[in-house]
Design a protein around this ligand. Sequence first.
Ligand SMILES: [Cu+2]
Length: 130
Amino acid sequence: MKKMVGYKSRNFIGIVLSLAIIGITNSCSKAEDPMNGDGNNNGGNDTPGANEVWIKGMAFGPSSITVSAGTTITWTNKDAVIHTVTSDNGLFDSGSLTSNSIYSRQFPTAGTYPYHCTPHPTMTATIVVN
Ligand SMILES: [Cu+2]
């Protein structure tokens, strides 16, 4: 009789643990999107906002962005590796941007501003200021 009770309570503990694990899994998947750093909750399938460049998948996106003079551009490193936002002409340099780091720069003067990533020279992009 004692064995039966022990068996039943082990089963009960098993069910409780299963429910707890399901609960933890659910809360994690709900927490994922707010944690992706984009400030909204639309499933994580986001694109950069206006005046925003994402460094993602070893590329700047968008690779070319056109803004009016005085605009501030914000770059976010969405990759796990370090990137930089470095002017081809020595006009600006973010320095090392670790994962999820942000770099912002205002562009007060019209012109074309090509830039690249120092550790990955094939990563290139341009800011066009009108
Ligand atoms: Cu890079």
